[in-house]
Design a protein around this ligand. Structure first.
Ligand SMILES: [Zn+2]
Length: 467
């Protein structure tokens, strides 16, 4: 099967240029000058020609942080691997990396097997796994090496959620030491969960149960403190560190300082921290529950700091932390007690569009948009240049993106399996019009034309950004 994508502007992280893209089977065969002899001869033998005139042609986006079918607080996030990857494809994302969970008292093996079972034969696009380590023991440390050999090359630890995912500083240090010997990267949820639990108990004792108190009891100082501590522990262990879902200026300052002294510290932020704020969390009645995630949404003034961080590469990646819970019956578990609201915001479908608003508004360049949503996550998580790049030999994960299209986000029209949109009524510029996964069209004319099981498990290599 030969495909020609003609007349578009190719945008890699290195910048935009006019080129026709030749696709042979699942792989990009070449990029050639529009109208050149190579392009013409490929057109003559092609099975399919896709007209990209007026559109950007970009490497499929890589979302390094999703939670499909994740257990939390007695319920599960509502997107399955089937519905979640389909929604991702609609938004121009062609790779997700989800988090397999080791439960307390169980092995990494059991957790990883369970996640393979959930995803196998279901995904519309390619997928990989990180592994959440919630029980650091002699045997789970040894297991980390085995899991790395199976292409799961990053491990997430938690300084938050005591009793569930939480690890002590000593346990974190041991996991980091292990990572420093097996070439993996430690990812950190950096909030001081021990102190937060005290503030939560005090708030509830005062009768403060509304969603907005979720934010008040998780102050940005405790994200900054935990980020500082994680960075120092990684420094002691000599291990690379990746801070997930950075939301606070205090945390960003710590990352800036670490990177300035040459430490291998990376950080991601998420669209919700760039477009939503604590004002949403404080909406009338129980509406705020739709915006409960951890770390919590911050004051609007933080948006400026986070966009700057994206420009200066102190924030290297934008991921979604997609973790959808329905408003009805799931978020409602926390009526009157914010600590029982399942944490998470749906977003896997909208990341590329939301960050494109930053291009439209002059916050970041076109190529930076591609870099933070595709190229850098591919590099960091050992998928480059198979993913994250349009070049000969790379997977033909390709998105045609119309910068002049407009759309309005709504639960009535989105494809995520959840009953509300955190961006209800928001009008945005730009839209993915055609999406290819390994050479096969999966979305076209706003229709899903892929199939569950097309997506393959990706065995990932080492972090490609290590100094
Ligand atoms: Zn997460």
């Amino acid at each position: 099967m030969k495909t020609l994508i003609s007349g578009g502007t190719v945008v890699n992280a290195s910048g935009p240029f006019a080129a026709d893209v030749l696709v042979d089977g699942e792989i990009i065969a070449g990029l050639v000058a529009p109208g050149s002899a190579e392009s013409t001869s490929w057109r003559e033998s092609a099975d399919r020609v896709i007209d990209a005139t007026g559109q950007y042609v970009i490497p499929g986006a890589v979302d390094g942080h999703t939670h499909m079918e994740m257990p939390f607080g007695g319920t599960f996030s509502v997107d399955t691997f089937e519905t979640g990857t389909r929604a991702a494809a609609f938004g121009g994302t062609t790779t997700i990396i989800d988090f397999a969970i080791q439960s307390k008292g169980k092995s990494l093996r059991e957790g990883l097997d369970l996640w393979h079972e959930k995803a196998d034969g279901k995904c519309a696009i390619d997928y990989g796994f990180h592994m959440i380590v919630s029980d650091v023991t002699d045997s789970s440390l040894k297991e980390m090496d085995l899991v790395v050999d199976e292409g799961v090359t990053s491990f997430k630890l938690f300084m938050a959620y005591p009793g569930v995912f939480y690890s002590t500083d000593g346990e974190i240090l041991r996991a980091m030491q292990q990572a420093s010997t097996n070439g993996s990267t430690i990812m950190m949820h950096a909030e001081n969960g021990i102190a937060i639990d005290v503030l939560v108990a005090q708030a509830l004792a005062r009768g403060e149960g509304d969603p907005k108190f979720h934010g008040f009891t998780r102050p940005s100082l405790l994200e900054g403190e935990a980020t500082h501590r994680a960075i120092q522990l990684a420094r002691v262990a000599g291990a690379p560190l990746y801070i997930v879902h950075l939301s606070a200026a205090e945390a960003l300052e710590e990352v800036v300082a670490a990177r300035d002294r040459g430490q291998s510290v990376f950080a991601e932020t998420c669209p919700q921290y760039l477009f939503l704020s604590d004002a949403d969390l404080a909406r009338e009645g129980f509406e705020g529950a739709k915006f409960v995630c951890s770390p919590p949404l911050r004051p609007e003034r933080t948006h400026v700091d986070l966009w700057r961080g994206l420009r200066t590469d102190d924030l290297s990646v934008v991921s979604t932390d997609h973790c959808p819970f329905c408003f009805k019956e799931q978020k409602e578990l926390g009526l009157g007690d914010f600590s029982k609201i399942p944490n998470g915001i749906p977003g896997v479908e909208h990341r590329l569009d939301l960050i494109f608003q930053g291009v439209d508004q002059g916050e970041i360049s076109l190529e930076r948009w591609v870099e933070v949503t595709s190229t850098t996550p591919a590099r960091l998580f050992g998928l480059f240049p198979k993913k994250g790049l349009l070049a000969p030999g790379s997977d033909a994960d390709i998105v045609l993106y119309d910068p002049h299209a407009t759309q309005t986000f709504s639960a009535a029209t989105h494809h995520m399996n959840v009953d509300y949109s955190a961006y209800e009524g928001m009008q945005v510029k730009g839209r993915a019009t055609t999406v290819l996964s390994r050479g096969s069209v999966v979305v076209e004319n706003n229709e899903y034309v892929g199939r569950p099981g097309w997506g393959q498990f990706l065995q990932r290599g080492e972090n490609g950004l290590l100094r």
